[in-house]
Unconditional design. Sequence first.
Length: 70
Amino acid sequence: MTKLRNSNYCCALTGLPFWTDDADRFGPTMPSLDRIDCDGDYSDANVRVVLLGVNSLRGRGSEADMFRIA
């Protein structure tokens, strides 16, 4: 919750706010925990909160790959 508050409830990569629309409880605009280093642990230093759709798009690729696809 601290990470969400510190980011003003916005995605750490895109800056877009999280929201629920017609997806109800699960959808691409919901918050998701993203490991900065995919092989790292879920420590505070290695985790950020991003849009679920962004996390899915990024997968194991780099941020540059994700932005290029988007």
